[in-house]
Ligand binder design. Structure first.
Ligand code: PAF
Length: 290
């Protein structure tokens, strides 16, 4: 195992990655906000298996937090993150400070992916995806990656990044990696640390809601509203959870699926609920049986 290198400046990343590309090497990028868990590590392992050089980024991006959100208290632990990333085979951790990323303060140029960024998470968190798309566009530009790895857990984010890369002809393959779960089904998230004991148990209603909806589709339910209603009912039965939205959508456009669901069609279930302090997100693929 080679020792991970901590890099703080864009100039160093340019030089390092130019070096890799000059000998024909494939550069893999894993953008994160740190406080790594097994979900992030699975992205790093996927990057390691497909690329000659892996850079992970650790940057808690102020642009994607609303003033009321947890930017200041977002969990951070650089030493722990470096150790975990090294074990996952990461070569370089790019951890710039805010001045390095945004030397002139908030950028005047931002990237927003219309329509995709206005739905679902975009309703509760206006401006969030413009913040994500802008920082990811900058990271792509700084790193010049050949492949970039994102978790399916933040499904809308993955679709926003994919569409941005396609629309702007960015020379990067965006790779989506499956959600990593606790043994009882809870999707891993850095914000799970905020859950109190009872809330941790209550949080399982998200996965339960997705499973119930999948079972309904597989049993032959063809009404989109009825599928969504099963998710609403499961979360509604959990007193510690407050549903934000439950939806059955087209996997690329994220537009609500319409009734009757077409046999053979692949769809995505999205669900978000507040459980205690954190808002928790989950999603799952479902195919309408033929
Ligand atoms: O998913 C995250 O951790 C962040 O939204 C990302 C993609 C690193 C951009 O800041």
């Amino acid at each position: 195992m080679t020792q991970i290198r901590l890099v703080r400046t864009k100039a160093e990343i340019h030089e390092l990655h130019d070096g890799v590309r000059n000998w024909g090497g494939l550069v893999g990028l894993v953008p994160t906000m740190g406080y790594l868990h097994a979900g992030h590590l699975s992205l790093m392992t996927a990057a390691r298996s497909r690329c000659d050089h892996v850079t992970a980024t650790l940057f808690v991006n102020p642009l994607q937090f609303a003033p009321t959100e947890d930017l200041a208290s977002y969990p951070r632990d650089l030493d722990r993150d470096l150790g975990l990333a090294e074990q996952a085979g990461v070569d370089v951790m790019f951890a710039p400070d805010v001045e390095e990323m945004y030397p002139d303060g908030s950028p005047l140029t931002t990237v927003s992916v219309a329509q995709l960024d206005a739905r679902w998470e975009g309703v509760s968190r206006p401006g969030h995806f413009a913040g994500v798309a802008t920082v990811v566009a900058k990271l792509f530009s700084i790193a010049g990656p050949c492949l970039a790895f994102f978790g399916e857990k933040d499904y809308q984010q993955l679709q926003v990044v994919r569409r941005m890369a396609a629309d702007l002809d960015l020379r990067v393959e965006v790779v989506g990696c499956p959600t990593v779960r606790e043994p009882d089904g809870l999707a891993l998230s850095s914000r799970n640390v905020y859950l109190e004991r009872d809330e941790r148990r209550a949080a399982l209603c998200l996965r339960r809601a997705l499973d119930t909806a999948i079972a309904a589709v597989e049993r032959g339910e063809r009404r989109a509203e009825a599928v969504t209603a099963t998710m609403v009912a499961v979360v509604g039965a959990e007193p510690l959870a407050e549903l934000d939205y439950a939806a059955l959508v087209d996997p690329a456009t994220l537009e609500p699926a319409t009734t009757p669901l077409q046999p053979g069609r692949e769809l995505r279930l999205l669900i978000t609920a507040r459980v205690g302090r954190p808002r928790l997100l989950d999603n799952a693929a479902v195919t309408v049986p033929v």
